[in-house]
Design a protein around this ligand. Sequence first.
Ligand code: NAP
Ligand code: MG
Length: 400
Amino acid sequence: MIEVKNPIVEMDGDQMTRIIWRLVKEQLVLPFVKARLEYYDLGLEHRDASDNRVTIEAAEAIKQHGVAVKCATITPSIAQVAEMNLKKAWPSPNGTIRGILDGTVFRKPIIAKNVPTAVKSWKKPIVIGRHAYGDIYKAAEIQVPGPGRVDLVYTPDSGEPEATLIHPFEGHGVVMGMYNTEKSARSFARACIAYALDEKIDLWFSTKDTISKTYHTFFKNVFAEEIAAHEAEMAAAGIAYRYMLIDDAVAQIMKHEGGIIWALMNYDGDVQSDMVAAGFGSLGMMTSELVSPEGYYEFEAAHGTVARHYAEHLAGRPTSTNSVATIFAWSGALRKRGQLDDAPGLCAFADKLEAAVIETIEGGVMTRDLARLIHRTMDPPRESWVTTEEFIAAVAERLK
Ligand code: NAP
Ligand code: MG
């Protein structure tokens, strides 16, 4: 049994991933590691009962302990509010947590040799470094009901307001005002550089600075300053930095072999990480790590609660949901705890857990999403895949 010095914040979630969560914890973590888990139930029912306070408490706990692992959670739609009799349409827990911690989200695909990628040239992981603060996720938006002028107004703490015309409306329209801060943009650049140095992979960054001559150019310049400040370290590690326009980068990435980190502003990162996940094959093979500027870490699967599979499960039918990203969320959190606590035994366990997963898949035991990729059909032969429970049991057997 491996002892763990400091607590890990554990955030439970919803639907199919909540089922997987328990199986992973009980079969792959607790039999091997005497973890100190500080549990927060972010399942929708409990978020609703606690008026969403549990989400904020969990985020505060991450600030206290530094390392967290999170299960996927439902962001309720308007329809779900009525259906589940909720007090209100609670905001996305991830959005709430990122708003409190700030930071950068790194999304990394997990590769098994026998699972083909959808994009033929992709051989090595493409890590997306998504700035997870501000922009449209923290924007003020209004509908302009009719004719009238809309301005951006800056009122200095001591000084006169300065207005910039956005548009003189002749009729109905919409306006959005979004922001970011130098502090957050700089810590985003630093986090991406640190990640590239850690993994010894090249770093790309792209924006649309030709069009957004102030906003996007601001990001480009902050990034360039941080690169200049780390030039010697990057040269010593043999890694290169490339700045590209976003549309150029999108085209280049499709022909690239991977093995890079691609840094992106918030919205671009949101969109491109799903594109990259799909290109590598399955959403079930993509992990997500939030790194805050203060050095707090949160690990999770990049996918959602897999609602369709949960409906099957509730109907009493067997499911074949991929638990790999959820397992890697746990291994990521355990490894980070081990690094911060200077506990090499715990880091070694995380490596073994990940190796057991990859060897299980490469040994031919996998869930249906991966069998679909190998057999190149949406309906692979029944003997080519195992159930949700059987996959986790096979990993546990190998890990033992
Ligand atoms: P989803 O959970 O990402 O699943 C969409 C589809 O992708 C599934 O139906 C399945 O395809 C495939 N898939 C995703 N993960 C898989 C896995 N582990 N194994 C096998 N297949 C997988 O999205 P959703 O079902 O549309 O969203 C459900 C809820 O998740 C929503 O309430 C949303 O708010 C929430 N969500 C949460 C997070 C988070 O907490 N981080 C992120 C995204 C979404 P097939 O149906 O073809 O098998
Ligand atoms: Mg997205």
